[in-house]
Design a protein around this ligand. Structure first.
Ligand SMILES: C[S@@+](CC[C@H](N)C(=O)[O-])C[C@H]1O[C@@H](n2cnc3c(N)ncnc32)[C@H](O)[C@@H]1O
Length: 207
């Protein structure tokens, strides 16, 4: 088990709205995942597919040379750009685009890719989280295949608590981190990266 300190959801007054805030990775969890990535290899650039208002991209940008976030919702892209300025990072580019657009994906150079599709069939309702890789929005299977083919094989996915190794087996072997906040399993990270992808599962407890 890894123990981490739970902080405020965001350390600054970020540009967001109720729904974007609900689906965003809390800043202290994004810091944890970036710490983990830094320990796994000499990754200097990253892309995030489905970057929302920029929470994960901004933390990546604080440690890597170059980061690109792709997000389909124009308002979220605008907020993400403002958030990058708020956090003082100037090496993160937010592109309004579709993560299934092959031409766009082919134009991206990144050592590592972070995939974070939507998981719910009803807005802001955790009980509607999907439980297979084809039902996320967009499909995690499609995002994974396109990323592997056109960008990089070093992939991390943020997935709902409903996913397990069985659900993910068609994507390959991975390491799973259970993100537990206030004694509740809120979501997971699946790391498909080098030797780290041996099938192991670990709790990361924020308190
Ligand atoms: C779970 S949120 C991402 C949260 C963000 N990665 C973070 O760390 O805070 C999913 C996002 O995917 C976006 N999205 C959905 N379909 C998309 C598509 N085809 N291309 C790009 N973004 C998409 C949604 O607008 C939403 O902002």
């Amino acid at each position: 088990m890894i123990k981490r300190k739970k902080e405020e959801r965001f350390s600054k007054k970020v540009f967001t709205n109720e729904q974007s805030s609900f689906i965003s990775t809390p800043e202290y969890v994004a810091e944890h995942v970036v710490d983990t990535i830094l320990g796994l290899g000499d990754f200097r650039s990253a892309v995030e597919l489905c970057s929302c208002v920029g929470s994960t991209c901004i933390q990546l940008g604080r440690h890597l040379d170059k980061v690109v976030g792709i997000e389909i919702d124009e308002d979220r892209v605008v907020m993400a750009r403002k958030n990058a300025i708020l956090y003082g990072v100037d090496n993160v580019q937010f592109i309004r685009g579709d993560v299934l657009d092959i031409k766009l994906l082919k134009s991206i150079n990144a050592d590592i890719a972070f995939l974070d599709p939507g998981w719910s069939t009803r807005l802001m309702d955790r009980s509607s989280h999907v439980s297979d890789i084809d039902s996320t929005n967009p499909s995690l299977r499609k995002m994974f295949d396109l990323t592997k083919r056109h960008i990089t094989e070093n992939i991390i996915a943020r997935i709902p608590a409903t996913f397990n190794f069985g659900t993910l087996k068609e994507l390959g072997k991975c390491r799973l981190e259970n993100i537990i906040i206030n004694n509740e399993l809120v979501f997971k990270f699946a790391y498909f990266i080098g030797e780290y992808k041996r099938c192991e599962e670990e709790d990361v407890v924020f308190e």
